[in-house]
Design a binder for this molecule. Structure first.
Ligand SMILES: [Zn+2]
Length: 131
């Protein structure tokens, strides 16, 4: 039985981050479709599940790797945004954050230093804020 599976999966793409995400999303949609009693969600979940299996069993590994790379780029962009927000919340007690009026880059300044002149390291713009 195990040899059969190994032989069957030879040359196929297998599981990657994107197909794992699709499977989890399908499970979440399945639960939501049961809770909310919406048939459309069930079909969407079924589609996602079939698509994730199609990706796992696909022999076109180059295309599947490109899709996975695209997914990883997008997921990194989304999670890094949340990560930076979380870091800012954790540092809120000791630092203040100011966006640069020139380039909108956010700068971190220690709290309680009075009125200070801040120089943007990105564009060199100077502005005064109370820290
Ligand atoms: Zn700037």
């Amino acid at each position: 039985m195990r040899n059969w599976i190994v032989r069957f999966m030879e040359g196929r793409h297998g599981v990657d981050h994107y197909s794992r995400f699709l499977s989890i999303a399908a499970c979440v949609l399945l639960v939501l479709s049961l809770l909310l009693d919406v048939v459309l969600l069930w079909y969407l979940a079924l589609f996602l599940l079939l698509y994730s299996y199609f990706r796992m069993f696909s022999r076109n590994t180059a295309k599947r790797q490109a899709e996975n790379r695209k997914y990883l780029t997008v997921s990194y962009a989304v999670t890094s945004k949340f990560r930076s927000k979380k870091q800012r919340l954790q540092q809120k007690k000791n630092y203040r954050f100011f966006p640069c009026p020139g380039c909108k880059a956010v700068m971190r300044v220690p709290k309680g230093k009075g009125k200070i002149e801040i120089t943007c390291p990105k564009c060199g713009e100077k502005f005064v804020r109370k820290s």
